[in-house]
Design a protein around this ligand. Structure first.
Ligand code: CTP
Ligand code: MG
Length: 174
């Protein structure tokens, strides 16, 4: 039981880091001005393509940090039961996570949801789906691992949002 959990968390760690850092850097004062939206403020059919919540700053910082953590995991694997991490896999997990998050924002804008409005499950799992999808380019992805990660992520997301709110990184605790 704990083995499966540890393996799943080890595998998805670069995606977690990428997603969290993309959000966390938004409160770093000297990075405040690097908030160019990925969609460059453009709209499509009267609605923003992605919205101001998806910035190049978040995308770039997230991919760099997720890939860096994956690099550390590739040189230091504390136990041989853990899946092997590589820089390439970590890069795909990080990029996939953030593109998945952007994909969800795209769907939210198309359906009329404003920036920051929460859609349960979509907001928590978008980046996990993106990460697994991109990892699949280079490795056969284990569907059971995806299920475990999804189940672990839901409560983890709730807890980390409350922590981020308490630290004033997020405006609302959800
Ligand atoms: N963020 C960012 N760039 C990203 C992802 C996140 O700058 N690629 C920052 C933004 O400041 C964003 C915050 O992290 O407002 C929280 O991220 P998220 O919850 O994903 O965005 P929302 O503001 O909720 O926007 P959306 O409704 O599009 O999900
Ligand atoms: Mg959100």
């Amino acid at each position: 039981m704990w083995g499966i959990l540890l393996k799943a968390v080890w595998f998805i760690l670069p995606a977690y880091v990428a997603n969290s850092v993309a959000i966390d850097v938004s409160v770093v004062p000297f990075l405040k001005r690097f908030n160019t939206p990925v969609d460059f403020g453009r709209s499509w059919w009267g609605k923003r393509i992605l919205g101001d919540g998806k910035t190049w700053r978040g995308l770039i910082a997230g991919v760099i940090s997720g890939t860096s953590v994956g690099f550390l995991q590739s040189i230091f694997r504390p136990d041989s039961i853990l899946p092997i991490m590589s820089v390439k896999l970590a890069f795909l997990l990080s990029l996939g996570a953030l593109l998945g998050d952007m994909g969800a924002s795209f769907l939210k804008r198309r359906s009329g949801f404003e920036r920051g409005e929460v859609i349960p499950f979509l907001d928590q799992l978008d980046y996990i789906v993106g990460a697994f999808f991109f990892a699949w380019i280079i490795i056969p992805v284990d569907f059971n691992m995806f299920i475990v990660v999804a189940i672990v992520t839901l409560p983890l997301h709730v807890i980390s949002n409350i922590v981020a709110w308490a630290l004033k990184i997020k405006k609302v605790p959800w």
